[in-house]
Design a protein around this ligand. Structure first.
Ligand SMILES: Cc1cc2nc3c(=O)[nH]c(=O)nc-3n(C[C@H](O)[C@H](O)[C@H](O)COP(=O)(O)O)c2cc1C
Length: 296
């Protein structure tokens, strides 16, 4: 394990390690205005949702490492404490990147990057028409994290109005995670795209209390076949199947064949049962997996 004391690295070196490791990061495409009404548009991946009540996002325009100057977005927000956070999808990603060029103050990146401004309803900065979700925000607080090069400035922005392009909604009027086609920033020049093929679900821990990995019988917990993910799934159940349920399951043709074929060979039987349980877990069939494992 490489262990690094942050004191031993330069800010750019640190930045690289952290950006590759703390990823993917969603992208806040922030539009702001200065007190004269000049418009600015810039992307920030030091960004996330931090509260639903009040609905609040935080993003951070850092002090520039070269020259230790502040970014126009920060300066604008200190003059006019409002912004629109435009969510970035794949169709916008190259233009979004172009807007991050260090244009002089007063240059409107809507024009430089070729985006379409539309007037906001509550705040002065315009929205990006191409963005699938646009959040009109009032900035409640700006917190500087330091005064040196690379220091972040937390912009604490309360969401007041949400605009959603209907094309990303499902039949129930909710955002369809596949349709929104999000992108996120990683280390260096890397980005990732959230496509249907790489989405997967993890069942929320039971509303009631899952038994935990420590309550899984030793032989199952130390299986050479089951993975950490599989143990997490098994530990998420609240109760184990009863002996009657397990016995009934053992009569199903596939399991019966497996038990018959391994009669008198407990080691092979355990391996076969664990392989079957793993297959069921990978298909999300946790209760059946437990029944198989309890036969081992
Ligand atoms: C996808 C992406 C994410 C970025 N994230 C950040 C960030 O979180 N913080 C930051 O200070 N700069 C970030 N940058 C760089 C700024 O966008 C860039 O410095 C921008 O020009 C600042 O513009 P401004 O001075 O007009 O506010 C990012 C750039 C890109 C392309």
């Amino acid at each position: 394990m490489l262990t690094i004391n942050v004191k031993d690295l330069s800010t750019p070196e640190l930045h690289t390690y952290l950006q590759y490791a703390i990823a993917p990061r969603p992208i806040c495409f922030a539009s702001t205005v200065d007190r004269e009404g000049n418009i600015n548009l810039s992307p920030f991946s030091f960004f996330n949702l931090f509260s639903s009540n009040p609905p609040t996002c935080v993003f951070s325009p850092s002090r520039r490492v070269r020259g230790n100057t502040t970014k126009h977005t920060l300066e604008n927000i200190l003059e006019v404490p409002e912004c629109v956070i435009n969510i970035v999808n794949y169709a916008m990603v190259h233009q979004t990147s172009l807007s991050s060029v260090e244009y002089p103050k007063g240059v409107n990146e809507f024009i430089k990057a070729g985006f379409t401004p539309i007037a906001s309803e509550l705040v002065k900065p315009p929205r990006v028409a191409e963005s699938p979700v646009q959040l009109e925000c009032v900035v409640n607080e700006v917190k500087a994290l330091g005064t040196g090069p690379g220091a972040g400035n937390l912009i604490i922005a309360e969401i007041k109005l949400i605009h959603i392009n209907e094309v990303i909604l499902d039949a129930d009027g909710k955002i369809d995670q596949a349709k929104i086609d999000l992108v996120a920033r990683l280390g260096g020049d890397w980005y990732c795209r959230v496509t249907e093929g790489n989405l997967f679900k993890v069942a929320k821990p039971s509303r009631n209390i899952g038994i935990g990995v420590d309550a899984i019988p030793y032989a199952i917990r130390n299986s050479k076949i089951l993975t950490g993910n599989n143990l997490g799934q098994l530990g998420n159940v609240e109760t184990l199947p009863t002996d009657e349920e397990t016995e009934a399951y053992s009569q199903s043709p596939e399991i019966k064949d497996l038990l018959d074929a391994t009669l008198g060979d407990s080691q092979t039987r355990q391996i076969q049962l664990h392989l079957k349980a793993k297959q069921l877990l990978d298909e999300g069939r946790v209760e059946e997996a437990w029944k198989v494992l309890l036969l081992s």
